[in-house]
Design a binder for this molecule. Structure first.
Ligand code: ZN
Length: 182
């Protein structure tokens, strides 16, 4: 059975972006402690470098909202499951929003901060206004302080699919009502 699965993994499919039959699909299962089994999916096109990844819990989940306060360097290691349908909020810094280009992954708080950092860096480099660049620079400095545990930061994940989680005793989990998102 395992052999068959491996063969399927390397079967080339038409790419949704460029249409070439060079899309590689992979699917694997992993266990996230205190969350359960998850499927990790990924699609990568060898022609145009299109990439999409997502994560899905093997059991049905309810819409969830997690709130967590990042307050120490130790918190960088806290595991985070983020699906492509999740909204990640770092109030007063930035958000990661769902959408066709959104990715799903299993990471930790540091991984989330790094993605937000990258997002701000890209925005900063595209910014022509001096004021905007200065603002981005201050946000990057703030992120660095949070990473070092010098500054506290609220971290929220909302996921109508329920396929996301912040795995820590400190995280406050509640039922997410989809209308709250507006
Ligand atoms: Zn392609």
């Amino acid at each position: 059975m395992a052999k068959q699965e491996a063969q399927e993994d390397f079967e080339h499919q038409p790419c949704p972006l460029c249409g070439q039959k060079t899309l590689i699909l992979t699917e694997r299962e992993t266990e996230v402690p205190y969350f359960g089994k998850v499927y990790l999916f990924s699609m990568t096109c060898n022609s145009c470098k299109y990439h999409k990844a997502d994560v899905e819990a093997t059991e049905q989940k309810e819409p969830v909202r997690y709130e967590f306060e990042i307050s120490s360097e130790e918190d960088m290691k806290v595991r985070v499951v983020k699906s492509s349908e999740a909204t990640v909020k770092l109030p007063h810094i930035a958000s990661i929003t769902p959408g066709p280009a959104a990715q799903g992954y299993v990471t930790n708080v540091e991984g989330i901060l790094n993605r937000v950092k990258y997002q701000i860096e890209v925005a900063r480099d595209a910014e022509e206004d001096e004021e905007g660049r200065k603002k981005a620079k201050n946000l990057l400095k703030k992120l660095l302080n949070i990473t070092w545990g010098k500054e506290k930061q609220k971290f929220i994940i909302e996921d109508p699919s329920g396929n996301s989680a912040i795995i820590s005793d400190k995280a406050v989990k509640s039922h997410f009502k989809v209308k709250d998102a507006r």
